[in-house]
Design a protein around this ligand. Structure first.
Ligand code: PMP
Length: 273
């Protein structure tokens, strides 16, 4: 059992979602991806806060009883028999005959779990490229509408890169599924929180670690050119954790090795999880 849909624990291959489900037809919903280390969801409250924030932003009413949602998560984790896993949670505006207007029906809640493998690339770092940020004005909402993200990431992948760094008005915003940081003169710089980016949970952890370690954490936008001149680059997400970036397009950064500050952050992050 590795999936859940509206009250029932199922196999992910089971056909359970009706055609008129609004996630399926409109992408009318929000989601979270939560990593579970040794049976314990990492920064669970922060993820649930963000889920409720995203839902509120699209006028979607999730059961205000957070413990019901958490119970379902823990039950699914337990039924899966897994201890190191990624838990995907999705809430949509429910099942109703197709109509743009909000239906009067219960929301749909679905979840899946999958074992994760630590990406080996993390030791040596990965490459990134740039791509225009073609997304909408509300990227702080973790919405199901990921088409621009998918197209950008696919294009980067086809060119041999792990991630596409999105650029809007000449400035880096974030990755298609990650936050982006550069290190210059021993200070970390990253895009400030706004409606243009997702407030990453891993970003929160990195900010805490940096502040505790006395590493300056400057929330300020930078350009692709500035990024190419950086001493170190890394990206973060729940599933990539803290990923060193050693190649930006054709340019090899830091002689192809993870930088000192990136490695320090990775070490301290490993202690938290
Ligand atoms: N930005 C975007 C667009 C993302 O999809 C993600 C992945 N959820 C992130 C940033 C990183 O967020 P988190 O650290 O919470 O996974």
């Amino acid at each position: 059992i590795t999936a859940y849909f509206n009250g029932t624990y199922i196999d992910p291959a089971d056909l359970v979602v009706p055609i008129d489900e609004r996630g399926h037809q409109f992408g009318d919903g929000v989601y979270e991806m939560i990593r579970v280390y040794n049976g314990t969801p990492f920064m669970l409250e922060e993820h649930i806060d963000r889920l409720y924030r995203s839902a509120h932003a699209i006028k979607l009413q999730i059961d205000p009883d957070r413990s019901a949602l958490k119970n379902t998560m823990f039950e699914l984790i337990q039924k899966s028999g897994l201890t190191n896993l990624d838990l995907y949670v999705q809430v949509t505006r429910g099942i109703a005959p197709r109509n743009h207007l909000f239906p009067n029906c219960p929301v749909s809640v679905s979840m899946t779990v999958k074992p994760f493998r630590t990406i080996q690339i993390g030791e040596n770092g990965a490459g990134v490229t740039f791509y225009p940020d073609e997304r909408w004005q509300n990227c702080y909402i973790k919405s199901l509408n990921l088409l621009p993200n998918i197209l950008a990431k696919q294009s980067a992948h086809e060119d041999g890169y792990l991630e596409a760094i999105l650029v809007r008005d000449g400035k880096v915003t974030e990755g298609t599924s990650s936050n982006v940081y550069m290190v210059k003169n021993s200070a970390i710089m990253t895009t400030p929180l706004s409606k243009q980016i997702l407030s990453g949970i891993t970003r929160m952890a990195v900010k805490d670690i940096a502040l505790q370690a006395g590493i300056p954490f400057i929330e300020q936008q930078f350009t692709p050119d500035e990024m190419l001149q950086a001493d170190e680059i890394f990206i973060t997400s729940t599933t990539m954790e803290i990923m060193p970036i050693v190649r930006v397009r054709e340019k090899v950064m830091n002689m192809g090795k993870a930088g000192a500050i990136t490695s320090t952050l990775r070490g301290k992050f490993n202690e938290l999880k």
